[in-house]
Design a protein around this ligand. Structure first.
Ligand code: ADP
Ligand code: MG
Length: 618
């Protein structure tokens, strides 16, 4: 599997592995897994102990970046330089996150409500994408150390409820970390795959995946038909999880031992140790009936019964969400055939009990609930690598697909990351009177101008009956089938004239090319916007020049010589600015011409109406 290459500069032999890794990029913890001897295994750190990497990024005084367990230790001593829960910020604008801004110990930037959020450390700003990329880089390093070879391909999981922007942000984070992200997979899909559910294309199944992590809870109902996973419904609470159990324990102790809330709040180190002890108690009670420990020279204890009573109302909330999810999926409870448990908090016996009771069946809990998503991602990766031939997969479009419109602008019809199969369409019209042919040029990419995107093909819709510009109604449809093959249809709806072509777009661009194109589109976003503005101004100006010429021709006898000449002059001036590249000059010249001709046009209109009236026989 491994490819050997030699680094000429350093004289070192680099081993490259073709293994595709599976990554669970979690809110609390992240981890990486791959298939070893046919089995998915989660990769441990250098200590050979932990597979979990806390999803925490710390910037030390010299702006050196530390990720994972050592970063977690800085949560108390340097909260403003220690970023956690970055997953909650992925693909979000400040407007989206401002309600829970106070949850963070670090600074979330609010310069522009509509823009994507950034995090500020010292004088530097970091996007959630960059921060996630740091976590991904750490995982990449881990697996490379383990394999003693470099890896470059990955599958990354996201919650089923993530939207396109959040998925794209995750993909971009992977790219920044030097990974080809072959697929973004839903966490519940991965969890099912880890248990082998969905790998047999012959069986159709309906599965519930219950995921209770550190700070988030979600439940998804999946329908698996012939290897295609469809999310029927999701429900949950993005602020409910193991942290709430810890908090309930702390509050219980405060009452029990008469601790002063204020004293604890003011002593950050103390409150953190209490919180950590509460978490330890919680974990202990997953296997034992009682816990005792020390904090600040005081002995504290907790029994399993007391703990269960504390957390019951929280678990009840998750059960209600399950109920909603089943209802939204339009299913009866007995139609759910399998229940998969995910997330560290499902180790709690009472959680298992309640979930099992609600769904009225045994739950899948043999695998480590912390690891199951990453293990499933590794299975998915293995399928992608072609090692599991008979498994079918649902794909997404990697880049936007669209057509060229007036002035060379890209008009996206199917946005990147749309689910395959997919269908979308839009209406267009002609720009010239009597136009009988229409060229449809198809492009792929994220840039505003088609010349910067990749041309996929073009065809001509012929035989449009001659009509004035703007009258024909031309519907263009893009259809991507399950194999990623794009079909483009164009039809003039008034006459029924129709053309169709087939394009293989999925294989048009390699991952590397795609990465470059995305990077370019990010880099050039600003200049693209300028270019677009200029083009639009030019198009508008040309239209105005055309109408001005028409107007002069039609109304010559109505205008004084001066009016005629002045209009002509302003038109010539506008034409000159269109040759240039200054949007403001064009706009100014348009404005001048418009203002000058406005009263003239009114006069002409009045005259034309009067003439029309005269001709009418009353
Ligand atoms: P996320 O998906 O949010 O990254 P995880 O699935 O890693 O989170 O779950 C982390 C949560 O699981 C934490 O609240 C942790 O305290 C809890 N947890 C881990 N082990 C146990 C255990 N043995 N018993 C109870 N809770 C546990
Ligand atoms: Mg998780």
């Amino acid at each position: 599997m491994a490819k050997i290459s030699i680094n000429l500069k350093e004289g070192k032999v680099n081993k490259q592995s073709n293994i595709i890794i599976g990554i669970d990029l979690g809110t609390t913890n992240s981890l990486v897994a791959y298939i070893k001897d046919g089995q998915p295994v989660a990769v441990k750190g250098v200590d050979h102990k932990n597979t979990l990497v806390p999803s925490i990024v710390h910037f030390d005084e010299n702006n050196k970046i530390i990720v994972g367990e050592s970063a977690k230790e800085k949560l108390i001593s340097a909260p403003e330089r220690t970023i956690y829960s970055v997953k909650r910020l992925m693909g979000k604008s400040f407007h989206d996150v401002k309600d829970f801004k106070d949850h963070y110990g670090y600074e979330v930037i609010d310069e522009d409500e509509e823009k994507l959020v950034k995090v500020k450390v010292d004088h530097r700003f970091y996007t959630p994408i960059e921060l996630s990329a740091e976590i991904l880089s750490e995982l990449k390093r881990r697996v490379e150390q383990d394999l003693e070879a470099s890896v470059s391909k990955a599958v990354i999981t996201v919650p089923a409820y993530f939207n396109d922007t959040q998925r794209q942000a995750t993909r971009d984070a992977g790219k920044l970390a030097g990974l080809d992200v072959l697929r973004i997979v839903n966490e519940p899909t991965a969890a099912s795959l880890a248990y082998g559910v969905g790998l047999n294309n012959e069986v159709d199944e309906t599965v519930a995946v219950y995921d209770l992590g550190g700070g988030t809870f979600d439940v998804s109902i999946l329908e698996i038909r012939a290897g295609i996973f469809e999310v029927l419904s999701t429900n949950g609470d993005t602020f409910l999880g193991g942290d709430d159990f810890d908090r309930a324990v702390v509050e219980y102790w405060m009452k029990q031992y008469n601790w002063n809330e204020k004293d604890i709040q003011e002593d950050k180190a103390l409150s953190q140790s209490i919180r950590l002890l509460a978490e330890e108690a919680k974990k202990t009670l997953s296997t034992k009936n009682s816990f005792s420990g020390h904090v600040n020279h005081q002995e504290v204890s907790l029994t399993k019964d007391a703990f269960n009573e504390l957390i019951s109302p929280i678990i009840q909330k998750t059960i209600q969400a399950c109920q909603e999810a089943v209802k939204d999926a339009k299913l009866d409870i007995d139609e759910i055939e399998k229940v998969v448990l995910v997330g560290g908090s499902t180790r709690i016996p009472l959680v298992k009990e309640k979930v099992s009771a609600f769904f009225q069946r045994e739950v899948f809990d043999d695998l480590d609930p912390d690891e199951v998503v990453a293990l499933g991602a590794a299975v998915q990766a293995d399928v992608l690598a072609g090692n599991q031939k008979d498994v079918l997969l649902l794909d997404v479009t990697p880049l936007s697909l669209g057509i060229e419109t007036v002035g060379g602008l890209m008009d996206t019809i199917i946005a990147r990351n749309a689910k395959i199969p997919s269908k979308a369409g839009r209406n267009y019209t002609t720009s010239v009177d009597g136009q009988t042919n229409l060229k449809v040029a198809i492009f792929q990419g994220e840039r505003d101008l088609v010349k910067d995107n990749r041309a996929l093909g073009e065809f001509i819709l012929k035989g449009i009956p001659p009509m004035p510009a703007g009258i024909p109604k031309i519907a263009i449809h893009f259809i991507i089938d399950a194999d990623g093959i794009l079909k483009v249809q164009a039809m003039e709806e008034r006459s029924g004239v129709k053309t169709e072509v087939e394009i293989r777009s999925q294989y048009g661009v390699s991952e590397e090319e795609m990465a470059i194109m995305l990077l370019e589109s990010l880099k050039n976003a600003e200049s693209d916007m300028k270019a677009r503005g200029l083009l639009e101004a030019k198009i508008e100006a040309k239209n105005i020049i055309l109408s001005a010429d028409k107007f002069l021709k039609a109304n010559k006898e109505l205008l004084s010589q001066e009016e005629y000449q002045q209009t002509q002059l302003l038109t010539i001036q506008l034409r000159a600015t269109v040759e240039g590249a200054d949007k403001h000059l064009i706009n100014e010249a348009m404005q001048q011409l418009n203002t000058y001709t406005h009263p003239l046009a009114h006069r002409a209109m009045d005259h034309n109406i009067a003439t029309a009236m005269k001709g009418k026989k009353l």
